[in-house]
Ligand binder design. Structure first.
Ligand code: AMP
Ligand code: MG
Length: 418
């Protein structure tokens, strides 16, 4: 029986590494320029078009961090308890009123402004009231305890969010806390998505016995949605180079990017590259990534073109590692770090030098409490179950020729990838 290597049918010529490909894409792709102002309620996921400076210190005034009793910390009891008469009561939102004389306490609640003459708060759990209503303060509390000074969180004037940052819920909260009601963001990028292949049919349609339901298009649309793109679903293209070229050309006029899956390999019915060349230019297309290779990239009438492989796992991996950085660059967003974590491999694996491989794996808690990566038992790039039943990807770099069980590897959770 023949023992063909995995890539015996590959074209000659140099492969591009993932890093080179991403560096090229991000340096060549220019961010969309148009900006818009959005209210905070719709700011999550949007890309800031300009830096945000704090117009207000946070907290804006010094306030109590607890429910308790506010007092001057200058002469606190050091050894025994001491009784302090009450000089008032302050709830959150109240104006602090007149200064508190030395030797007196004010009943205060969390978030209330510290009145003049006080700088320390005793927690109510640590204080008793005597029969005349005086507060008995225990010894040993440090001056300044349980107080949140004005500006301890954010100083007024500080740059708190940078242009290119994608807003997260906590960033929206920060903008709101500083009194901003809207932010200036770049417009959403417009991405057209196609599937290709005579064997591909839309879910809900009649499927012949030799056809597959289209899964890639829905996966890609979902991932583009998470990146904040405005997506146009352009359906499935037949394996016909002229029809593909026509559709690409039409899509290019109204979109910043065209994303396809399938038809970019070296098979005779893989027409996408040829169609791109008919209406635009194909810049490079072989990337040293597994699963994944090949990926096609090009430009059609000023729109970026990325052609992902048809196998669903290859499509997923190349979207995450190649299309996503390109999309973020077009959107004017910084590329967030993938934050791989070091875990123990619970498997051994052989690989070829010179390409980066991603191994689908689940995380399992080992007996000693640490985590280990368990490889999905099968490797096919068409196995959707391998993505559904795992937690992320173990990344094996170009130099690596294999790993043994017990070795430390880098694991990237899907939640950090898409
Ligand atoms: P291709 O890259 O066109 O040669 O496709 C590689 C493999 O992926 C083939 O088995 C295709 O049937 C499959 N495939 C291509 N496009 C899709 C799709 N949209 N959804 C599911 N499988 C696909
Ligand atoms: Mg095909």
């Amino acid at each position: 029986m023949a023992q063909l290597s995995d890539d015996c049918f590959a074209f000659g010529g140099p492969l591009k590494s993932v890093d080179e490909t991403v560096a090229l894409l991000t340096s060549r792709l220019e961010a969309v320029e148009e900006t818009e102002t959005v209210s905070l309620g719709s700011a999550d996921g949007r890309v800031l078009a300009e830096d945000v400076m704090a117009p207000l210190a946070l907290p804006p005034f010094t306030n109590s961090a607890v429910d308790g009793y506010a007092v001057s910390g200058a002469n606190l009891p050091q050894t025994g308890e001491r009784a302090y008469p009450l000089a008032g009561r302050l709830e959150a939102g109240m104006a602090p009123g007149s200064p508190v004389p030395e030797g007196r306490v004010v009943r205060i609640f969390t978030g209330a402004a510290m009145p003049e003459g006080t700088d320390t708060v005793f927690m109510q759990e640590d204080v008793r009231l005597d029969e005349t209503g005086r507060a008995i303060l225990p010894p040993g509390l440090k001056q300044g305890a349980n107080v949140r000074p004005a500006g301890e969180d954010i100083a007024a004037g500080k740059t708190v969010l940078r242009a290119g940052h994608r807003m997260r819920p906590q960033d929206v909260a920060l903008a709101a806390a500083m009194g901003l009601s809207e932010v200036t963001v770049r417009r959403r990028i417009r991405v057209a998505v196609f599937s290709t292949g005579n064997e591909i049919v839309a879910p809900g349609r009649q499927r012949s016995p030799t056809q597959l339901f289209d899964s890639n298009r829905f996966m890609l649309i979902a991932m583009l949605g998470r990146l904040g793109c405005h997506v146009t679903d352009l359906g499935i293209l037949r394996d016909d180079p002229d029809a593909i070229a026509d559709s690409l050309l039409t899509a290019a006029t109204a979109h910043d990017m065209i994303l396809t899956s399938g038809g970019v390999s070296t098979g005779e019915a893989d027409y996408v590259k040829q169609s791109v060349e008919q209406v635009g230019s194909l810049v490079f297309w072989r990337v040293a990534i597994k699963p994944g290779r090949p990926v096609a990239m090009g430009v059609i009438r000023g729109a970026a073109f990325i052609g992902l492989p048809g196998n669903p796992v290859a499509s997923f991996v190349t979207f995450a590692h190649i299309a996503r950085p390109a999309i973020l660059a077009l959107a004017g967003a910084q590329l967030p770090p993938q934050l791989p974590i070091s875990v123990r491999a619970a498997f051994s694996y052989r690989k070829k030098k010179g390409r980066r491989e991603y191994v689908r794996a689940s995380l399992r808690r080992a007996e000693d409490g640490s985590y280990e990566a368990v490889k999905f038992p099968r490797e096919g790039a068409g196995l959707l179950s391998s993505l559904v039943e795992t937690d992320g990807l173990v990344e094996l770099d170009e130099e690596c020729t294999g790993i043994e069980a017990g070795q430390t590897v880098s694991f990237i959770a899907y939640s950090n990838l898409i």
